[in-house]
Design a protein around this ligand. Sequence first.
Ligand SMILES: Nc1ncnc2c1ncn2[C@@H]1O[C@H](COP(=O)(O)OP(=O)(O)OP(=O)(O)O)[C@@H](O)[C@H]1O
Ligand SMILES: [Mg+2]
Length: 534
Amino acid sequence: MLRAEGLSVEIGGRTVVDRATFTVAARDKVGVVGRNGAGKTTLMRVLGGELDPTAGSVRASGAYGYLPQDPRIPGVFDTRTAISHVLTGRGIDAERERIEKLRVAMEAEPSTRNIERYTRAEEAFRVSGGYSAESEARSIAAGLGLDDMRLGLALGSMSGGERRRIELARILFAGSDVLCLDEPTNHLDVDARDWLLQFLRQYRGALVVISHDLELLDEAITRVLHLDRPDDADVGAVVEYRGTYSQYRKARAADEERAEREARTRQREIDRLQRVVDRFGAKATKAAMAHNVERRIARLSDGHVERGRTERGLRLRLPDPPSCGRTVVDATSLCMAYETHHVFDDVSFSVGRGERLVVVGLNGAGKTTLLRVLAGELEPRLGDLQFGYQVKVGYFAQEHDNLSAEESLLENQRAATGADDQTCRSVLAMFGLTGDKVHQQAATLSGGERTKLSLAMLAGGRHNVLLLDEPTNNLDPSSREAVAHVLSDWPGTMILVSHDTWFVEQLAPTHVLVLPDGDVDHWGRDWLGVVGLS
Ligand SMILES: Nc1ncnc2c1ncn2[C@@H]1O[C@H](COP(=O)(O)OP(=O)(O)OP(=O)(O)O)[C@@H](O)[C@H]1O
Ligand SMILES: [Mg+2]
């Protein structure tokens, strides 16, 4: 199905994969894991033929379906309807559009010729299974939380998350032999995610999935490929483990412990030999022998310095929020509508200093819209918004549209915080963005690195209110924990949108706002179930 042999992959001057050999057979379900920036997406692009390897080969048989991590769909006209786009998965969109045109023509002018042309085309479509394929496409989309109404909309009018779900539906509908999914659960609520897990379990082709979603990894896969590249300067190796993700974690922990022990033993041996050399060094008669020992030291150190090192976690700190008035936001009768549809009306709430408000609601209920209104990026259609005395709002946008893609990390950080380079660098470093990386263009960052840059930009600013829209998407598990930890200790005010129940629980919210109704309630554990549905 898919075989990589002696595969080496480079990106941005780094070798992210070095001479990897592995096979993914039909019905194999493989999870690819590794820290943010390890090179998982890059490897996937090579497997999909989008990028050339620097050495080795990839052989694949059968059709290949690939869901990129980025929700943007390149090269697709925004005016096309969502359902048409899903149907391109099996190339039946053009046929369906032709029938639609013939129908319109027939209705405008019901001549014998037009009726015949329409009937013939419609018949051919039906006989070739076009309608049943279309209903299959619709049921896949429905599983992912896109109803018929949404499917009729133009792609251009959909949110990034919705477009990504459309793209996922298209790929699942296409029925590829090899399915490669990069972070498929990023924009899914609990229902859609359960549906996807079920789909993947029954899937008969080969599956390669990159995910930081531990549950998905445990339920849908049978093998783990760990892209092991502890640090940006390291060369990456692909290490293979049989079994589920939990089994992999145990095996991996044992491996790391053993490697650490070996490294310690090796280091002791090196130190011992070094003392011998130091003693010999003074005597000319022993020079040859000293040289020999030195060669042995070199051999011991060679190629081993990287091993036994585990990935470093983030050590985050947030500055204390500058003081502000007791009431932070007062929203009265907010009403929002886009040209095509109504989002919410008559939403009123108020948030006090130090409170933590979670905004919940089904897909399309207007959570992101509300945050954008609070961030001042959108004008409410009606209603009134008052901020308290000396309130300074920081906004984490779900799709990172506040990043300047052309500029470097350092430039972005400087623009967001106005701090000097030294300060900017030290905040970026907290998020694991160090060394030359700070000069890299934001556009070329990995998904998780982009999330970290956005968080660094928030952490470096002097805010007392944070608006957080899905801040844990793309983060690897240890970074996600670090972010949850630092935020849960931060005494400032937060307004949060997240479908990550674990994360919301860590943050211990004080209130919940339900959209589109606008009801406000005190937080209680019962609400966690609703968070997952958001
Ligand atoms: N054009 C480029 N120039 C320099 N570095 C690049 C370029 N493109 C990618 N990189 C770097 O290569 C590394 C691997 O990126 P990749 O997107 O494959 O990571 P990933 O494992 O998928 O991470 P994540 O979990 O965050 O999605 C990252 O550190 C990224 O910043
Ligand atoms: Mg990635």
